[in-house]
Design a protein around this ligand. Sequence first.
Ligand code: ARG
Length: 434
Amino acid sequence: MAKGEPQRREQAWTPLPNRTESNTKMKLTRNGKIILSTVMMVIVAITIGLIVYFVAFGSTPFYYHISFKVNNIDYNSKFEKPYSQEYMDLNKKVVSLVNFYESKLTHQHLKNKIIFLFLFYSQLKGKVIVHAVLKFKSCYKNNAAKFWDRIETILRQKLEGKTGSLCVDPSTFKFSDIEMPVAENLLNTCCGQRTITPSGNKIAGGTDAEEGEWPWQASLQQDKVHRCGATLISNSWLVTAAHCFVRAKDPKQWNVSFGLLLSDPQMQRSVKDIIIHENYHYPEHNNDIAVVHLSSPILYTSNIRRACLPEATYIFPSNSDVVVTGWGTLKSDGTSPNILQKGLVKIIDNKTCNNKEVYDGVVTPGMLCAGFLEGQVDACQGDSGGPLVSADSKGIWFLAGIVSWGDECALPNKPGVYTRVTFYRDWITSKTGL
Ligand code: ARG
């Protein structure tokens, strides 16, 4: 332990009245030692720094796309719907084929390197084509080719070996590397999922969101100024509120931006088309819904993804937790934030919301109320068009509402009123095909 050390040091540095030469030498030697140990420490620090640098940055992930035809499975359009039973069942069968984790082959070095696997399906002459995108960790540039060869050999072995109930057609194997943005786009196409698990909760009465927490949130901007929120529902469509376009309907005036900060967008797009519900008549609040078609599709990233749309028959139970997000004002007539805000609210059934002291009968079946009768947390001006989302039991986020109106913000007995997405689900399909 360190106990004895201070004494020794004291001795060495005590000035002696008759200092001999050997004493001076010893002092120099000790000084030398200090210098030497400092130099050693610097060398060790530089070495550690270099190791950390090479581990973290010297190697980059790389991506691999494998596809093959399965002769004994007829194509079903449900295979293209993630979360459908058909998709899940097929996934189970395919995963064991292309996943190194379940490999009987002992390629330990490869097992540790695969970090993500994504499957999707397409069709060829009525049969299924399986596509697997694999993401591999750390591949040093100089031995990438070798690594590549090894992966291809193992996969071929697996696909030509026992393939369970799947009848794989070896003549259709395709192996190729794909560029990072294209691969990340594929890996992030799933709806309602995010890569981060955020801390705490907190619009009016809300708190700052984190990057990637609400990846479907977009800002609708008119001549570069944030006007409304919107929700990404595919790579080229957003859903928002019809009232956002009361003053400006020309797509050329509008832009869409993505990312946590208004001042530093991660992606931007111009708008090709704005489709407003044909029965929306300002200043009424009924049918307050519109869809926006982007001029070119976005590439999904871990921070830009779509929300899931619920089926028309889905019921979001009253009193369940939902989250509203947006860059709207922090209170009625207040200032607007640069960083996206989130607020946890609860669904209030239409009957309660139509009580005399609440909205006294003006809430129609196409609307949904959320907030608290005691007030405190609510959407506010500038949040309009933005998402109200709800997580299902698996943590997948579905779009329940679109910020529409309210009596000021966060007042007692005046919860937020949203466009009920399930009510307009078929309308959304009729306009976007989604
Ligand atoms: N109409 C407002 C807008 O254009 C949104 C109002 C939401 N109000 C509320 N209290 N929830 O941004």
